[in-house]
Every structure is written in C-alpha cells, then in structure tokens.
Write a protein that binds this ligand. Structure first.
Ligand SMILES: NC(=O)c1ccc[n+]([C@@H]2O[C@H](COP(=O)([O-])OP(=O)(O)OC[C@H]3O[C@@H](n4cnc5c(N)ncnc54)[C@H](OP(=O)(O)O)[C@@H]3O)[C@@H](O)[C@H]2O)c1
Length: 269
C-alpha cells in the first residue's frame, strides 16, 4: 500500500447527520478539506458518503476515516461492521479505520480484533488501522501485537489539554496525533491567552488554537456546519505563530478535559 499523506487539518463530522450538515460537508470538500472524520457511532456515514459523491472531488484525493464502535469488538463484528460502514459511505475502502475506544470488549480480545483489522488491510477494505483514546499502555500493547503500521491515535487535545507526554510517545513510535475537540467543543473564546494572541495577529482564538495544534505536529479535526467557520478553520493552517505565542500557550497550566465519557473512557495518562 502506498504511503498516506495526511493534510495539516481535517474535518470533524460528529452530530452532522442532517441535510444542513451534508451541504456543509460538500462545501467543505469543495473549499479544500481533504480529510473527513466520521464514526459508526455518529450515525452519519450515509450523510458523509453523499457529501463525498456530491462534492465532485475524486475519491483518490480524499482521506476518509471511520471508527468501529465498542459493541463491534469481536473478530467477526469488526469485519462485518466495517463492510456495513463501507456500504453506508458508498465506498470500496476507507483510508483509516479506528478502534474507537480501548474498551474492555477490546482489551479482552485484542489479539483477535487486531488480526481482523490486519486482514481488512490485506483485503483492501481499509488502508490503515487507527486507534483512538488509547493510553500509552494501550498503544504499547497494540504495537506488540499488530503486524502492520498503526498510523494515528485520535485523542482530545487543545491548549487546556496539551497531551505533552502522549505526544512525545506517539512521535517516538511514528504515530500521528489527531486532535479532537480542537476548539474545546465551542468554548474557545474562554482562553485568555488565545484571545490575547488573536488580537495581536488580528485573527480569532479558533485560528490560534488550530495553528498551535498544527505547530505541535498534530492534526486538528474541528467540526463545523457553518460555512464561515469552515472557511475560517481551514485558513488556520496559514497562520504562523511566533515563538513567543507558542511559549505562552505551552506555559498554560490549567487543565480541562471536555470529553466526559464515564463508562467507556480508560484511566487517562
Ligand atoms: N475519537 C473520539 O472519541 C472523538 C470524541 C469526540 C469528538 N471526536 C471528533 O472530533 C470532532 C470535533 O469535535 P467537536 O465537534 O465536538 O468539537 P470542536 O471541533 O472542538 O468544536 C465544535 C464546535 O465549535 C463550533 N465552531 C466551529 N468552528 C468555529 C469557529 N471558527 N469559531 C467559533 N466556533 C466554532 C461549532 O459550531 P458550528 O458547527 O456552528 O460551526 C461546534 O459547536 C468531532 O466532530 C469528531 O469527528 C472524536
């Protein structure tokens, strides 16, 4: 399989299962987004599939990622549910298929589950396995078992959850960090440091957060169904923050995790 080139920014699609969302995703692809993130859990793979078709952009120029959810963590269900995802997306393959959570159903049967993903790669149904919400221990365990490249780990990351330790571990293992909630689930204007830097560059706090994530070598996947936000977020990749800006954000001590997933979340690092 040829090497995958991940863009600097992607598009989150969670909660996007309406006509308005589909139209927004079509516009997003047409304005330049090439990396779309969906999941079985979002119940919008059909909407994303329609947007891909309507965008007119060639399939080979897009990177499409979905995620297998926790109730499908058996050898058979990983395979069957991936086939169903492909049908809903109207695609022959996805570029990345994630293990959505390292839930106990995964941990109990990880050898068989990882074997199923490896076979999906051999069958040409997925290009790469991705992992999501994996702790350092989960990553190390998976690396010992999986016989192919694990390309990404998708976790919450933003200026209030900087993931310094995890990022270092991922870099050492050649795994990219995909940052979810890069706009703090819509609360981005509450960070005084970002607002200050935004004023200096005559831009928005959203821009600054996304540019900082990109500067750290991670890939943010902001979600939006609002055209002006889509445009604004996409342009964030052109904002160059200076050393002083980066230092100021790096020095933020306050920590807040917005994703509250009480039953399925692992014991975070
Ligand atoms: N792997 C996982 O377990 C996991 C968990 C959670 C999320 N995710 C992924 O991460 C993606 C992003 O998460 P998210 O959508 O909850 O959080 P987010 O991207 O941090 O924030 C989205 C919110 O910010 C608003 N927004 C977007 N652009 C903006 C801008 N430029 N200025 C001000 N507000 C803006 C959006 O409203 P509008 O739509 O009106 O623009 C929406 O309310 C999801 O869509 C999903 O793909 C993955």
């Amino acid at each position: 399989m040829d090497e995958i080139q991940l863009p600097k920014i992607g598009l989150g699609t969670m909660q996007g299962n309406t006509k308005k969302a589909k139209e927004a995703f079509v516009k997003a692809i047409q304005m330049g987004y090439r990396f779309l993130d969906t999941a079985q859990l979002y119940f919008n793979e059909r909407v994303v599939g329609k947007a891909i078709t309507e965008s007119g952009v060639a399939r080979k120029d897009l990177i499409i990622a979905s995620k297998v959810f926790i109730h499908n963590f058996t050898y058979r269900r990983v395979k069957k549910s991936t086939e169903r995802s492909l049908k809903r997306l109207n695609l022959n393959y996805v570029d990345i298929m994630y293990i959505h959570w390292p839930f106990r159903t995964y941990r109990k049967r990880k050898e068989k589950i990882l074997k199923a993903f490896s076979e999906l790669v051999d069958e040409g149904k997925i290009r790469y396995l991705g992992i999501s919400n994996f702790t350092i221990k989960d990553i190390d365990d998976a690396l010992k078992i999986y016989d192919k490249q694990i390309i990404v780990n998708q976790v919450e990351m933003h200026p209030w959850l900087q993931q310094k330790k995890l990022l270092k571990h991922l870099n050492n293992n050649n795994i990219k960090l995909i940052a979810y909630f890069p706009l703090m689930h819509g609360r981005i204007n509450q960070v005084p440091e970002l607002v200050k830097i935004a004023m200096k560059h005559k831009t928005t706090a959203a821009h600054v957060s996304l540019a900082w994530i990109i500067n750290k070598g991670a890939i943010p996947i902001p979600k939006s169904v609002t055209e002006s936000h889509l445009k604004d977020n996409f342009e964030a990749q052109n904002l160059v923050l200076d050393e002083e800006d980066i230092k100021l954000i790096d020095s933020i001590k306050y920590e807040k995790r917005f994703g509250d997933f009480p039953v399925i979340a692992p014991k975070w690092d």
